[in-house]
Design a protein around this ligand. Sequence first.
Ligand code: AOF
Ligand code: ZN
Length: 353
Amino acid sequence: MAAAIRLSQWNLGRTSTNPSVGCLIVRDGIIVGRGVTAEGGRPHAEPQALADAGERARGATAYVTLEPCSHHGRTPPCADALIASGVARVVVSVTDPDERVSGRGLAMLEEAGIEVASGVLEEEGRKALSAYLTRQTKARPQVILKLAVSQDGMIGRDGAGQVAITGPLARAQVQMLRAETDAILVGIGTAIADDPELTVRLPGLADRSPLRIVLDRRLELPLGSKLVRSAREVPVVSIAGADDDEGFSGRKNALQSAGVEVLQSEDLEALLFALTARGISSLLVEGGARVARSFLDLGLVDEIWLFRGATVVGTGGIASPVLPSTVPPDFVLARSLALGPDGLEIFRRSDVE
Ligand code: AOF
Ligand code: ZN
């Protein structure tokens, strides 16, 4: 199951609204078939693993990170495919909260005389499926807040544009995180001050950029910004407020002509709901301080990724909304690692799905 969970991570960020599920077919201690949910969510993991195993599936054990589905979607139920393959045993990590499934998949297998076990490595399985589980149970995407904090507790310098807080290893780690999330969000202040690209530029992963979202109440995103200039390659959505001020519709037209989608939303909760409806299961919030504060104050953050750099920002610094010592009490330290001269601490809300 540990191997199936690792396999499932391969398509993280590319299968929404579907979760990325891993499936291994094992016979006499040998892996004879492997499958992971395909890009776009179909085919599911199991039929691919079974096709890979072919006749060797007969009498084998299937390890699946999520309960096999029992519903007819774009393809027949995976439970039926497992039954037809002749596997003798199915081992599942997490049961599926999707109301079309929730227990029915396991029941179908049992009724067909297959030996079934579930809840295997469940904690690890739930972590791997956390974005999907959050979306299913909270009707909003999983929200990860990322902050890079200097030695003196700052996230940047006022009016200085992009300030390098961390080194290349930490930055590569951020790009990995981006590659696994469905969408990434910054405030208009950050978009103007830093002119970020918000794409994934790691070798081999460059086609995995998430949807880029700017909280842009008055539609001030500059037409010459890197975000706008690349909007036709990697989509950008500007989130506007109510269209009350003069010139709004002109700016809206200009952004739309440049390939930016303009969406109007009253508040963050409404925005998260709209993103859920679009199939976004995970959202990475990358700045700045005010945006981070709003998400935290509304209790909308599930994970905090706190990168700590060796840099000292000094005068004019923008204080980080969170430091390791001021992480809200309902968060627990889940992981910490060294990234060259920098460090990363990952805090997870203890009630996270
Ligand atoms: C599986 N194996 O690999 C995945 C499953 O839109 P559909 O028809 O693809 O159905 C989406 C649902 O399928 C999703 O909510 C979840 O219940 C299940 N995902 N199931 O058996 C898989 N990705
Ligand atoms: Zn399925």
